[in-house]
Design a protein. Structure first.
Length: 381
């Protein structure tokens, strides 16, 4: 009884601080979700191109299930690797201009598998302060010494690289995101790549929120800047956002892929992702990189311009628009108000963002209409 009371006390403190969380079940039909009997326009999801309900992805899943079954039945290194896995990995590697790629069951598992495979206690990780929790957890679990630089501050990054290069004989890994998930801003990728090369470091770029949104073929910020080639050691991403499905991947060299296959615990010690998951991912990459994907990106870009110009005076750099509120209670109130107006816009609070920077996070999709974005703007005003 005392033990349960201590847990209840923790929950009560979270509620008092406006930090209590719980799951919500929504009936979803594309961009429309139903909360009990009320229909809401969803501005919370990361389905940036609206592919999660795409008929071609649904068909790819059905065909793969009929051919391979619903599960992989074993880990990749035992008997769980299927033709669907290898075909998808080859396709992603081609589209990302990399020698090889490797699939994981989620973006989180990708980070946990990749980072500790390539750095350890003799090495150093230098990471942007706003890097995602999965990257932070992976960095900590690696045993490498962790250094953090202020968000997008390349001057401080350069200073840390210089200091660490003189101090250690081991490896240095820089970790950044192409698009930061809570602010929607972009990293200064060219400058970071130049510093990485000058100081002989490795670079991991998480394109979780860049894939599908940026680049001529939708491959992310690295493609948009012409930097998909070997200057980036690890191009990491998720398949559960713009790709519309589930899972994660890393595109890298053949040597580094082999290292991860042999040392990545979240790859080795888990059942392989279902073949249907890989088949859906490959079909998503096909759509993203074709004319259809370009058309969807154009629609999304129009929404980014409309919302960004109205709020900030300039188009949004990505599909994410943060509206900083400050206090948890106020963010929750505003989110509840918007729900009453027919919009699902989540309140984001600590520890997802720093204390005192609670916000509304608007996520745009090509599945939205111009009218829906305009109506959201009216409610925000």
């Amino acid at each position: 009884i005392q033990l349960m009371a201590s847990f209840q006390s923790e929950l009560d403190k979270l509620k008092d601080a406006g930090l209590y969380r719980q799951t919500y079940m929504y009936e979803r039909d594309g961009i429309i979700v139903k909360d009990e009997d009320k229909e809401l326009i969803d501005f919370s999801s990361n389905d940036y191109l609206g592919l999660s309900r795409h008929p071609k992805l649904i068909e790819a899943a059905k065909e793969a299930v009929e051919r391979f079954g619903v599960g992989s039945s074993a880990s990749r290194l035992v008997s769980g690797t299927s033709e669907a896995h290898e075909s998808c990995e080859a396709y992603i590697a081609e589209k990302k201009s990399a020698e090889a790629a490797l699939l994981f069951s989620s973006g989180y598992m990708t980070a946990i598998g990749v980072i500790p495979s390539v750095v350890g206690k003799e090495d150093v990780i230098i990471m942007d302060k706003l890097a995602h929790a999965c990257l932070i957890d992976a960095a900590r679990s690696s045993g490498a010494r962790l250094r953090v630089f202020p968000h997008n501050n390349t001057k401080r990054l350069k200073s840390l690289l210089k200091t660490e290069k003189e101090k250690i004989k081991g490896r240095i890994l820089i970790i950044v995101e192409s698009v930061y998930s809570m602010d929607g801003d972009l990293c200064p990728l060219i400058d970071i790549i130049d510093l990485k090369e000058k100081y002989g470091a490795m670079l991991l770029v998480d394109e979780a929120h860049g894939l599908g949104v940026l680049g001529e073929n939708g491959m992310g910020l690295a493609e948009e800047l012409g930097e998909q080639q070997s200057r980036i050691d690890f191009q990491m991403g998720t398949l559960g956002k713009a790709a519309g499905g589930a899972g994660g991947y890393v595109a890298t060299s053949k040597v580094l892929r082999d290292i991860i296959v042999n040392k990545g615990r979240s790859f080795i010690f888990t059942t392989a992702p279902p073949p249907a998951q890989a088949a859906v991912a490959q079909k998503a990459f096909e759509i993203i990189s074709t004319e259809e994907g370009a058309t969807l990106r154009k629609t999304l870009h129009d929404h980014r311009s409309l919302l960004g110009n109205a709020i900030n005076g300039i188009p949004l750099p990505s599909a994410i628009c943060p509206i900083i509120v400050g206090r948890n209670e106020e963010a929750l109130k505003m989110s509840a108000y918007l729900k009453g107006q027919g919009f699902l816009v989540p309140a984001i609070r600590y520890p997802t963002v720093a204390r005192g920077s609670a916000r509304l996070r608007v996520a745009l999709s090509a599945a939205h209409t111009k009218t829906q974005v305009e109506h959201l703007l009216a409610s925000l005003r």
